[in-house]
Structures are given as C-alpha cells and as structure tokens.
Ligand binder design. Structure first.
Ligand code: HEC
Length: 357
C-alpha cells in the first residue's frame, strides 16, 4: 500500500518536473542563436534525464523515430524549440488528398541567406531538419525527373501547420507520377492591345489572388472582362479611370502599384484603356497560326514537342512537372521563347501569340 502511494507520488513529481523543465526547454529554444543559452545547459542535461524517466510515465513519444505524418511538428509542444528543434518539417504525399506518403522525394529548401538544405522524405513521407535556417524559404520538391516549385515563399518551416499544407486549407504537398497534358493555342498578334491577349494575363498573375471570390478583395473581382470593365473601374478612353489611379505609383490613390510593380505593365493597361478603349479582342489579331512548332526544352534539350493544327491548337502529352523553356516558332514569325513551369494540377491552357516579322 505504502509502495503504491509512493509510486503515485513519484509519478506525479516526474510529471510536474516534466512540465516545468519543458517550459525552460521552450525558453531555451527561443533564445537559441543569441549566444545566451549556456546558462541553461545544466538544466538541459537534467531535462534529458527526466525525459527518459518521463518516458515511463508515457509523456514522451518514442524518440528518434519518424512519426505523426501530416501533423504540425513545429508546434511548441513538439519540435518548435529546445534540443529537438526542427527549423523546417513536413510531409510530402502522392496526391493532393494526402492518401499516402511519397517516399524518396527530394526537398530543397533555400533560406533567406541563400543557404540550401536538401532533404529526402522517409518511409512515411516525412522530412525535417535541425539545421538552423532563416525564413522566408523557397522550396521545391523533386521525384523521378519531376520538379514542383512552391509558387510563393514559405514564411515558416512548419509545412503541416494550420493555413499551410493541411487538407481543408491549402492542400497537401504532393508529387504524383500521373503527369498532365499541356494544351494551348497559337494565334497571330495584331499589334493591338486587347483584354484577352494582353491584360488578362497580367491581372491573373498579379491581382486576382485577392480580387476574386474568396480573396481578400472579393467585392471587386477582376477575373472576367465584364468585371474588369465595370464602369466604376474603367471609362473607355479615360486616363482618370479608377483602376489606373490605383495602379499609378505617383497617385495618392496608387495603393495597388506595389502589386503591379512594372512600368511596362502599367503602360500596357493605360494604352489599353486610353488608346484601345478597353477592347475585349484585338481586331487584327486572333488569327490561328497553324503548323507552328511548340517545344518544351530543359538544359537545351527538347523534351516535348508538337505542331499546331488548323485552329492553332496543340497538345503536349504527359508533361512531367518542372521548369522548362517554351519555344514556339514558325517561318515568317518572330520566335517566342519564355520560361514555363509545369505543375501537377490546375494547368491552364496556354494562349501564345506570335508576331509577324
Ligand atoms: C494582396 C491583395 C491584393 C492584390 C494582389 C491586389 N489588390 Fe487591389 N485591392 C486590395 C485591397 C485590400 C483593396 C482595398 C484597399 C485599397 O484600395 O487600397 C484593393 C483595392 C483595389 C481597387 C479599388 C477598388 C476597390 O476594390 O476598392 C482596384 C481598382 C484594385 N485594387 C486593383 C488591383 C489591381 C489591378 C491589382 C493587380 C495589379 C490588384 N488590385 C492587386 C487588395 C489587393
């Protein structure tokens, strides 16, 4: 009986110790890198011992073994600080739903100072690093000749954190072996600026992340011609149209310049509204270019190629994700060369225009 009480007492003490020391541990973590950490070293050792004891009290999970795929490993109770501090960690899957972990994918993380860490996903699809890295990070993942880049920068290393790659928020990070087709149309550029050929690509790239349904500025969507040419935003021919004032870096209203950040794009949008009266299609362009060669190159080698049909349409079959050079050419036209990043979902058809020589 006494024995039992004693055991209980001991368990309780250890449990409390675990918590207290864990707190110090967390502080230790948050000081890491300031050079002020050594004072805690004794406690740190102690912490280790207690953790081993506490293991018996089932406070800790098995150490050293990869576990908990899909969970946020960088939270304060796990690897957010202390001795087992991860600077980046997450799980890579075979599909966006997160059905199974992808084993053997290579994840490259480049930090704010250009330091690069390459990690290989383990038997659960997990990756993590204790190497000190400073956010923001640029991240890419590759697997068997496919490379997917994270479109923006990651502001912290917890890939599975809320708001990052969890099912329900943004999807899981994945690399699939099911490659998608890349389709598109090649037309003649008419030298006129039109919404479809010139303006939509700018707005799609720089504006609609906020100006669409579900975005930060969903009450002013900019995803279609009708939305963009709303009389509130644009008066054809008028340089004082609200959208131009919002984009003008010198205007007191010009809060949207930071999102555009390109004089040539600004000039294009201005000419479109003032010179071309915000037309939807150019009158001379839009003619299909047949028999044009469409090629995707990597390191100077042609990886995929196709020829446009009578309607200017083409399909490149089962293109592996990765960065390419897209080259479109035909006699009598200026060759168009541009970088192209192939992804594994939401691959939009390409609209390419060729200029006559
Ligand atoms: C990061 C989110 C974000 C991006 C990207 C963005 N906007 Fe905005 N936009 C806003 C917010 C928020 C407002 C309201 C505050 C303001 O006017 O500064 C706004 C306001 C506007 C307005 C005034 C009408 C209104 O809704 O109040 C126009 C026009 C506009 N944006 C155009 C653009 C264009 C064109 C681009 C692309 C070059 C762009 N925005 C990119 C967030 C964004």
């Amino acid at each position: 009986m006494i024995n039992l009480i004693f055991k209980r007492y001991l368990n309780k003490t250890l449990f409390l110790c675990g918590i207290t020391i864990f707190f110090i541990n967390t502080m230790h973590g948050s000081y890491a890198g300031t050079g002020k950490t050594n004072i805690n070293d004794d406690l740190f050792l102690q912490n280790r011992d207690i953790n081993v004891n506490a293991d018996n009290g089932k406070i800790n999970e098995a150490e050293g073994e990869s576990h908990n795929p899909g969970k946020n490993c960088l939270n304060s109770k796990c690897h957010g600080g202390g001795e087992e501090h991860f600077f980046a960690g997450g799980t890579i899957y075979q599909d966006p739903e997160g059905t199974g972990g992808r084993i053997g994918a290579e994840i490259k993380i480049t930090d704010a100072h250009g330091k690069t860490e390459t990690l290989t996903s383990d038997q659960l699809g997990n990756i993590y690093t204790k190497t000190s890295l400073n956010p923001p990070f640029t991240i890419s993942a590759s697997y068997k000749g496919r490379e997917v880049k994270m479109p923006g920068e990651a502001l912290n290393g917890g890939c599975n954190a809320n708001g990052c790659h969890v099912v329900g928020a943004a999807d899981r990070i994945f690399i699939s072996i099911h490659d998608l087709d890349l389709t598109g149309t090649v037309t003649e550029s008419g030298g006129e600026i039109s919404y479809t050929n010139d303006i939509k690509p700018i707005l799609d790239a720089k504006c609609i992340s906020c100006h669409k349904k579900g975005g930060q500025r969903s009450d002013t969507p900019l995803t279609t011609y009708t939305e963009v040419t709303d009389p509130k935003l644009i008066t054809p021919g008028d340089p004082k149209s609200l959208i131009l004032q919002k984009l003008n870096k010198k205007s007191p209203l010009g809060t949207m310049w930071v999102n555009l950040k390109s004089m040539s794009d600004y000039k294009k949008i201005k000419d479109w509204i003032v010179k071309y009266n915000a037309q939807e299609f150019s009158t001379t362009g839009g003619v299909a270019v047949s028999d044009a060669k469409v090629k995707l190159l990597q390191n100077g080698k042609v990886k995929y190629s196709s020829i446009t049909d009578a309607d200017g349409k083409f399909t490149l079959n089962k293109v592996k994700a990765g960065g390419y050079k897209l080259k479109v050419s035909k006699d009598g036209y200026r060759t168009s060369v541009q970088p192209y990043q192939m992804y594994q979902r939401n691959v939009a058809p390409l609209a390419i225009t060729l200029e006559k020589k």
